[in-house]
Write a protein that binds this ligand. Structure first.
Ligand SMILES: Cc1cc2nc3c(=O)[nH]c(=O)nc-3n(C[C@H](O)[C@H](O)[C@H](O)COP(=O)(O)OP(=O)(O)OC[C@H]3O[C@@H](n4cnc5c(N)ncnc54)[C@H](O)[C@@H]3O)c2cc1C
Length: 370
């Protein structure tokens, strides 16, 4: 099957940020041949540790070897640039057209044509709109609504791990919950760097961009009174970036004739469960298998892809939106009850993993399609 990837960017580059790759995504990346790359630059977190903003422990659930044993694939933290480089190295760039921005779509008979910003046209049997949260394909065929602004901003930075060595930060997925705010940090780049994300109420700025910047003083002000380790991570950051967080409402359908949506275009979600890219990766595997199984009837193949994927992706989208309230609870009594309940529940999980994690990480995209 010949594939053309139309990418608007003029080069394949990635933002300077980390990404959590849970076993449901790593399983697929391994099948694509990235196992050795991931082992080289990925960091295996020993556990997921949730603390209150002052450092009080709330919850610890297993990851590391326990996640591998339970789910059959590792949980990794990685730098996005390393992941992109490994994908390019392993899969090559054949069929990738850079500087190709799609602006229009037309379905005629058995083909779909895409018009590009430079005035040219590309024609194919099917079109997959994997064009992110601001998807043109979604807008033209499925939904004219703009993304929903969550009212929160994610600050983020990547720092040399050596700059906070005094804190002896363990190799965990470290999550901190404070009133109306949260922080997540973890090692990337084989352990040489730490990626942190701090989510706060937005100051009215709803611009969504991986390259918008801010000042360290502004971030420190947002986290005044937090544990010294969090303040040290922020202080060690040369240039913090900010990103206004948006998601989408679930769609009832991702397929129109020979066109289908995939990834954020279909189901962009808030980052609390670190699943946006993981869901895109699951989509891609299932879609490829559906098309390979039914090459003579691509419309049916796309409908099969949708039937196999939509319920799960829409659940993850809602699960992620609901998490904002859990992470950012502000009433002290409600926070106390939340923490108590989570600790009690913890002892009842047969394998140590909360049911949400079991459902997220246990998904096998190949089993789902066979
Ligand atoms: C703060 C933050 C932290 C996150 N952390 C995690 C995490 O730890 N783990 C995880 O799994 N997910 C995480 N995510 C989510 C993840 O980044 C996204 O879900 C993922 O990038 C979506 O992939 P995608 O390919 O669908 O869309 P995108 O990554 O947005 O890619 C879309 C591509 O389409 C191109 N494009 C767009 N429009 C056009 C056009 N008209 N013509 C041609 N090309 C076009 C774009 O240039 C881009 O390359 C996080 C998100 C945020 C905001």
């Amino acid at each position: 099957m010949a594939v053309t990837v139309l990418e608007q960017a003029s080069a394949l580059t990635s933002v300077g940020a980390g990404i959590q790759l849970s076993p449901n995504a790593v399983r697929v990346l391994n099948w694509l041949g990235l196992e050795e790359n991931l082992a080289a630059f990925g960091v295996l977190p020993e556990s997921l540790v949730v603390r209150s903003y002052d450092g009080t422990s709330i919850l610890e659930t297993p990851l590391g070897a326990a996640a591998y044993d339970r789910f059959g694939a590792a949980y990794y933290h990685a730098h996005r640039a390393d992941l992109l480089a490994a994908l390019v190295e392993t899969m090559g760039q054949e069929g990738v057209r850079l500087g190709a921005r799609a602006v229009g779509i037309e379905q005629i008979g058995d083909s779909v044509s895409v018009s590009l910003a430079d005035g040219s046209m590309v024609e194919g049997d099917v079109l997959i709109g994997a064009d992110g949260i601001h998807s043109v394909v979604r807008k033209v065929l499925f939904d004219i609504e703009e993304p929903r602004f969550s009212g929160t901003t994610a600050w983020r930075g990547v720092i040399p791990a050596a700059s906070v060595a005094a804190f002896d930060i363990p190799k965990t997925t470290s999550v901190w919950w404070g009133p109306n705010r949260s922080v997540v940090h973890y090692y990337v780049s084989g352990g040489r760097e730490i990626n942190w994300i701090g989510i706060v109420p937005a100051d009215g700025d709803s611009v969504e961009s991986w390259s918008a910047t801010g000042r360290v003083e502004d971030v420190l002000r947002e986290f005044a009174g937090w544990h010294p380790q969090i303040l040290a991570l922020i202080r060690a950051t040369d240039q913090p970036f900010k990103w206004a967080l948006h998601d989408r409402e679930p769609l009832a359908s991702w397929v129109d004739g020979r066109v289908a949506l995939l990834g954020d275009a279909a189901h962009s979600m808030l980052p609390y469960h670190a699943q946006g890219a993981a869901q895109s990766i699951e989509d891609a595997w299932v879609l490829a298998r559906c098309l390979a199984d039914g090459p003579s009837d691509p419309e049916q193949a796309l409908l099969r892809y949708q039937a196999l994927r939509i319920e799960r992706a829409n659940w993850v989208q809602k699960f992620s939106r609901d998490a904002e309230q859990l992470f950012h609870m502000s009433d002290p009594e409600a926070r106390r009850r939340r923490d108590e309940k989570l600790r009690q529940n913890q002892s009842a999980y047969p394998h140590g993993f909360p049911p949400g994690q079991e459902r997220l990480y246990g998904y096998d995209a190949e089993s789902a399609v066979t």
